[in-house]
Write a protein that binds this ligand. Sequence first.
Ligand SMILES: Cc1ncc(COP(=O)(O)O)c(C=O)c1O
Length: 383
Amino acid sequence: MPNDFDTPIERRGTGSNKWSRHPADVLPLWVADLDFAVAPAIVAAMQERLRHPVFGYAAAGQRLRERVVLHCAARYGWSIAAEDVVFLPGVEPGFNMALKALARPGDGVVVNTPVYRPILEAPGHWNLRRVDLPLTLDGCGQPGIDADALDAALAQAAVYLLCNPHNPTGKVFRRDELVALAQACARHDTWIVSDEIHCDLTFDGRDHVPIASLDAEVARRTVTLMAASKTYNIAGLKTAFAIVPDADLRRRFEASRLGMVDSVNLFGLVATEAALEHGEAWRADLIAYLAANRDHLHDRLHTRLPGVRTTRPEATFLAWLDCSQMDLRPDPQSFFVDRARVALSAGSEFGDTHRSWVRLNFGCPRATLDDAIERMAAALDDR
Ligand SMILES: Cc1ncc(COP(=O)(O)O)c(C=O)c1O
């Protein structure tokens, strides 16, 4: 039976962050989780584990580590060893640990703005200086990186905190772009911390290239952060992993747990293993559904909300919408939540210069997406 992504699932009253923040008449298309049922193979693995009645502290077993190794080889052509993998309760703790491990107070950390708020905020947690490297937009609105600006930014930094695929723009860095980034980091002797949580959500046959997979020299200076959480909708199980091939770097990384980043959720480990072992067919269906939602959203915005400018994201289930032509007061996020009863993420979360943008999560049944688009269009018509 094909996976059913069309039938809405009632999530109110289930402890969902996405569905409990706003009043009941508001459609939530903000925080990045999917409104889809988790793959049956993952649920079955968790149910099987539930049959054992003890839920003490968990540790990732060799089988799971080997599964990550296989996954990296099969999906990205990246050869890693089981001991390179460090399990963590999240990618966000992972990039904070890495910054703590690699930089000293006052050092610079390059980030590509606009970007996911916890990435913007992480340097500040460790008294590091954030060095913004704004993404450029080409004539078609596609984001990129200016080589001179990159060099200038890296000259002031100890770490490049990369987000690939990029949240919120959905950009997938191409191999040639990553080579240029890695060469620039080598020239400036800059560490790379690469948040690749959206790695398995690429569209249109695009490959995800982990920057550390380029060559051994890049791997030596890189902490890669991944998870099954976004792709398989298991973010609430709080499980992610770092891949750190260099043993010294891995020791430094491990040493920065600082009593705050503890062991990993038992069920998260079970679910991650099941996702990587049995999830591929489900993932393929998901990608097809999300790509169709993306295209549908793009077309409907064009006809129903022509004032909104956007591009088709190359990955993720997040659309980045430029509302600057419409002068929505007091800001687009407040306008849409108050007048359309649709909750989006405010552009200001992703950087000060993006207050007239919003991020829309299209990881929902098509009917929910259509409802949101119609509500937004009607609110604009009524202005
Ligand atoms: C780019 C990016 N990194 C990290 C996270 C959070 O990861 P975790 O829940 O594993 O800390 C998100 C969640 O939306 C994200 O989009």
